[in-house]
Each structure stands twice: as C-alpha cells, then as structure tokens.
Design a protein around this ligand. Structure first.
Ligand SMILES: *[C@@H]1O[C@H](CO)[C@@H](O)[C@H](O)[C@H]1NC(C)=O
Ligand SMILES: *[C@@H]1O[C@H](CO)[C@@H](O)[C@H](O)[C@H]1NC(C)=O
Ligand SMILES: *[C@@H]1O[C@H](CO)[C@@H](O)[C@H](O)[C@H]1NC(C)=O
Length: 622
C-alpha cells in the first residue's frame, strides 16, 4: 500500500504543519473603504495577514501608492521613503507573486509604508497570507509591525487605475473595528499550543508569547474579564497502522491520540507519545486549577515547565513535570485521575473533547495551524506578540466595558501627541480633552486638578463645579483695590459669572454701583452717604445708629439688654470669624466674606469692629 503508507507518513510527520487548504478555514477580514476618488468609492474586504500587527478595534486612513518599479515588493525599495502629498500615512499596494507575502510587507515597512495591500493575481476568493515555514534565516517576520491585507484582483486593478490617472490622491480607510466581535463584557479566548518545544521557530514563537503575555493573561483572568482555555491538537492513528512502530511510539490509548515525534526521528530522543502525555497533563493542570477557581495557574505551569523540564534541553521526565505541579500547590492526585491510564484501550474524556473542538463550527475555523489564538470565536490574525494580542482582546469587549489594562499606556495609540488629536485644550492651564485609548483617541472633557469640565470635548470644555473658581477665576471678573478683592465667580453657583453686591455688569466686567448717587441706600432722614468701591458708608446724624437692612437710624440703647445684645453680637462675630476662616480654607473667601459682612453689618456698625478678626478685616462696610 504505497499510497496509504505515504499518507501515514504525511499524517505523522507533518502533522504540526497541516496546510490551511486541507480543511475548513475561515478567512478573517477587515474592511477597506475607498474615500476618494469619488467614482470608486466603495467598501471592500481585505483578508488579514497572519503577520504584522492588525489594528483590531481601530481604523487607519491612508493614501494608496503603487510603486513605479518592483511592484511585487520582493526587493528592498531603494531611494527615499514613500510619502504622500497630504502627509497622510502611506498604504502601499503591491502585486502578489515572486516571493513570500511577509517579505513584501517587510520591504514595504522599511520603505516607510504604514500598511500593505497585496493585490491578488487571479480571480479567486480571498485567502489568508501566512508566514513561511522556513524563515529562520533572516528573522524579519517578528519585526513586521505594519498591518497587511490581501485584496482581490479586481479591487487591486481599480486602485491601480485610479493611481495611474493621478488627478487625485487615492484615500482609503482600513477598518478593523468589526474584525473582532465584541458582544459582551467578558472575552472568551483559546490558545492552541503544544507542550513540545522542539519544532523550531513556531515553538519558540509560542513559548515567547506565553512568557510575555502571562502577566496580562493572569490579571485579566483573576479579575474575571476573560475566560481563557488552553487547547492542544491531537491526531489519531488510522486503523490499519495500529500495530505499526510509528503509531506505537507516537500514540497513546491504542492509537486514539497521537502527536508527531518531536525531532521527527523515531530512534532518538523523546517520542510523540511523550508529547501527547504532556499535552494531556497540561490540559488537566488547567482543569484542576479551574475547579478551584485558579485557572490562571496554567500560565505558571507552562512557563515553569518550560524552564525546568524543557524537551529541547532533554530535561523532560514525568517526575520533573510532577515536581512543577507540586510547587504550584495543585493536587497531583486529581491531575493523575484526570489523565487516566495512557496505556488502556479506552477513550480519554479530556482528549476526546479536544478532538471535537478542533473542528470549526459557525464562524469559527478548524484549527489547523499551531499556534492558533481564537478570541470570541474568531481566529486571531497577526503576529503572536504581547501588545498586538492584548489589543485584539481589548477589542473584544463591548465598548466602555474594557478592563483597565486596555486603557493603560500599554496599548494606547499616542494620537494625542500630535496636534492634541484635534480635541479641545487649554494651553494656559495645560488641560486637554484628548485621551488615548486602544480604540484610538477620544475627545472627552476631563477632570483635572480637581476641576470638572463639561462640554463637547472638541471645541469647548467649561469648568464647572465647586472648584472652578480656583482656575483663572472661572473666567469671571475679579479685581483687587487697596487689599480688597471682589470676584464675579461664586463657588456657590455651579457655573456662570455674576457680579457681586454693589457691582453691576455681565460677570466678565463689573462696575461699582454708586448707591448714594442712585439713591439705592442711605435714604434715611439726615443721613450722609459716601460711596466706596464695592459698597457705601452711611452715617446717621447725631448719636443714632444706622441699621442697614431697614435703612433707618435708631437710638443707641444703653440698657442691660443692650449690653447683652452687644456681647451676643460680639460672640456671633467671633463665631462668624472662625466660620469665615474655615470658608477661607475652602477658597470661598471673597464671596462668603461679603455675604457675612452684609448680614453682620445689619447689627453692628463695622467701622468699630475692624480689628475683631483677621479674615473679616479684608472686607469693608457694605
Ligand atoms: C472553568 O470553570 C468555569 C466555572 O468556574 C466553567 O464555566 C468553565 O467551563 C471551566 N473551564 C474548563 C475548561 O473546564
Ligand atoms: C468557584 O467559583 C464558583 C462560582 O464562581 C463557585 O460556585 C465555586 O464554589 C468556586 N469553587 C471553589 C473551590 O472555590
Ligand atoms: C502638561 O501636563 C503633562 C502631563 O499631564 C506634562 O507631561 C507636561 O509637561 C505639562 N506641560 C506643561 C507645559 O506644564
């Protein structure tokens, strides 16, 4: 059976690199909207590449350029970097063919492109641009940070034609906002991996990702923002080969669950069987940890296992793995129970489940490439790198329910650094409405220095609330003369400006009112009126006392009752002094002082009380 044995060899030896064309594979897409020129305005799909950093949750507007020569992008572009007339980012359009997609993206990135569109060379459905298997040579793949997408031939031709015409810049908006579903407040994600670390670049990529992402993963899991599940691909041995040496060394449970030999050499090193058993152990570590609500311990186990029991370094043994389990305070008995007997001719419930979920359902692809990350049931495309993945996970939350890590510096876009992102700002007080988030910048009136701002965030933000007068006097009038200050900003009022007593105006300018001239006060018989800035003095004739509230003069009483009243009023004054001092502390000074004085001056001629308490001193008789 030459064809069957050939098939077996293929199955067993190249399992880890099953090509994407073998099975149901969903091409993950972003949208590309042509904004200009007008006549080709439309929305198209682009297939997100499996390298670079797609801007999940975000958008990018750029100008499409098509190189004059070297249109496949297989050779480095000499000369000055690409640039657009309008200064917008450059989206470089390249032709498919002649070299790896990733190399095109790398050359484009080096030539200053912000994104790459590869135009297909034939008419066919979109496909995912993947990384080459053998790219160890130059290691440029990890360095690709720009997003790339494949577009179909017809769309590519339309773009080229518009560029050739040259009458107008061809502007497109790349949009990844709908590339990641974000239905609710929790993100479910899966990572398809392998305990074997001898598969070269792909294994190194996986391990580096797990190490670097562990911190984020654990915080997200502990705070309940995500539900993470690790997965491991297994294969099975075809019936006719159950007793073959290959199946015996690469499978457990009588050919039910297999994994390719790590170094693809049956005579040496670890066997495929060791890998399957270890995969099973790691699955059970997650199950058992999850049962005690410590699911994140899986990340510790995998990184510790790699450091202590690496297969590549020939340090792997069952005992080594079990030591790691014990050091993480997981129940070894429970894990052994979960793993069952690998030699028995029975199904293993855990691995059987894995084989089932490997097959795609609904919008979800079959898992055929290792490593594979599935977020909210959509396969992640792009480089397996900490910030890129975090961004994609963040894009999976319903808007405004993202965990704090998504809003921190780690994934922000830094759009505010440039022209303040087009948002409102007050340069004098260094306050801005621009806020960088992973979804792009937002313009939102801030709360800064304890002052709350309200407005649309783009053209205006106004200080509101109690602390507003501390900043630039809330934009209101204020003036000081002879150590006396009056202000049109009242902290008792939440917004707006109002001229204080004895002043008139719109709050931005206020003028003293001459009470005497306008006959507003001091109209008592025989009284002498003298206007002051911010008030007036009124003197009664003879020995009479002026009562401001009633605007009358009364005889000074000298009875015991009068003495009692005087003491009472003095006590009130002292109390009010203390109270005013407290207000002073809370910056209510200028306004409250005048209020208090107004009340108190109804009882006492304040000329005589100027030394009573320091805080009161500042104010004059109204
Ligand atoms: C982990 O536990 C949660 C409940 O705490 C459960 O919903 C989830 O299915 C478990 N995951 C696995 C892989 O067992
Ligand atoms: C784990 O959490 C679930 C619900 O969140 C709870 O029902 C269960 O009792 C917890 N298990 C342990 C061991 O704390
Ligand atoms: C404005 O504030 C930012 C941080 O809020 C600070 O980094 C910057 O130096 C400030 N600029 C000025 C001019 O005060």
């Amino acid at each position: 059976m030459p064809s069957a044995s050939h098939h077996l060899l293929l199955l067993l030896l190249s399992l880890s690199s099953l090509s994407s064309t073998l099975s149901r594979f969903v091409v993950e897409k972003s949208s590309i909207r042509v904004l200009s020129p007008e006549h080709i305005r439309a929305k198209h799909d682009g297939a997100i590449a499996n390298f670079g950093i797609p801007d999940y949750g975000g958008t990018m507007t750029g100008v499409v350029l098509y190189p004059d020569k070297g249109t496949t992008g297989c050779n480095p572009f000499g000369g000055p970097p690409f640039g657009s007339k309008s200064g917008r980012p450059v989206v470089l359009l390249l032709d498919r063919g002649d070299c790896y997609f990733a190399l095109k993206a790398w050359n484009a990135q080096n030539a200053g492109a912000a994104a790459v569109l590869v135009a297909d060379s034939i008419d066919e459905p979109l496909l995912t641009m993947d990384t080459p298997e053998e790219s160890k040579d130059e290691g440029y793949i990890e360095k690709i940070t720009i997003p790339s997408a494949l577009v179909n031939r017809a769309f590519g031709e339309a773009l080229k034609k518009a560029i050739e015409k040259g009458t107008e810049e061809v502007v497109v908006k790349l949009d990844w906002r709908e590339s990641m579903p974000h239905p609710d407040e929790r993100v479910e994600y899966e990572f398809w991996t392998n305990s074997n670390d001898e598969c070269g670049i792909r294994c190194d990529e996986q391990m580096n990702f797990v190490k670097n992402f562990k911190g984020h993963a654990q915080v997200l899991e502990k705070t309940g923002f995500t539900q993470f599940t690790p997965h491991y691909i297994t294969w099975y041995c075809p019936q006719p080969f159950l007793t073959s040496r290959q199946c015996k060394s690469q499978c457990i449970n009588h050919g039910r669950y297999c994994s390719p030999d790590p170094e693809q050499n049956f005579g040496e090193g670890y066997e495929g069987k060791d890998v399957v058993v270890e995969n099973l152990r790691q699955l059970c570590v997650h199950r058992v940890a999850n049962e005690s609500n410590r699911s994140w311990v899986w990340w510790d186990f995998v990184t510790d296992f790699h450091a202590r029991c690496s297969m590549k370094e020939k340090k792997y043994s069952k005992e080594c793995a079990e030591d790691v389990i014990k050091s993480l305070r997981l129940s070894l008995d429970k894990i052994k129970e979960c793993m069952g007997d690998p030699e028995a001719d029975v199904d293993n419930e855990v691995l059987k489940t894995e084989q089932k979920v490997q097959v795609g359902r609904g919008s979800r692809s079959d898992v055929t490439i290792l490593p594979t990350l599935v977020i909210n049931n959509v396969q992640y495309r792009g480089i397996l790198e900490r910030t890129a993945v975090l961004k994609a996970i963040c894009a999976g939350f319903k808007e405004s329910t993202e965990p704090p890590v998504c809003l921190s510096g780690d994934v922000e876009t830094n759009e505010c650094l440039e022209s303040n992102g087009g948002c409102w700002e007050d340069i004098r007080s260094n306050v801005t409405a621009c806020k960088d988030t992973f979804r792009g910048r937002i313009c939102e009136c801030p709360t800064a220095n304890g002052i709350q701002y309200q407005g649309d965030g783009y053209t205006s933000c106004k200080a509101v609330g109690p602390a507003r007068c501390s900043l630039n006097n809330g934009g209101c009038w204020s003036e000081t003369r002879n150590g006396q200050t009056f202000s049109a900003c009242s902290e008792l009022q939440l917004s707006g400006c109002r001229c204080p007593f004895s002043f008139r105006g719109d709050g931005h300018t206020c003028e003293d009112v001459d009470e005497c001239k306008e006959r507003l006060a001091c109209q008592c018989d025989g009284c002498t009126c003298k206007n002051t800035w911010g008030g007036y003095d009124c003197k009664c004739k003879g020995n009479l006392l002026y009562i401001k509230g009633e605007d009358i003069c009364i005889a000074k009483r000298t009875s015991r009752f009068g003495l009692f009243m005087t003491i009472l009023v003095l006590a009130c004054l002292a109390g009010a002094g203390v109270a005013a001092y407290v207000f002073y502390k809370y910056r209510l000074r200028s306004y409250m002082d005048s209020e208090i004085m107004a009340i108190m001056s109804q009882y006492m001629p304040l000329d005589n009380q100027q030394t009573e308490g320091q805080p009161l001193r500042q104010d004059s008789a109204i």
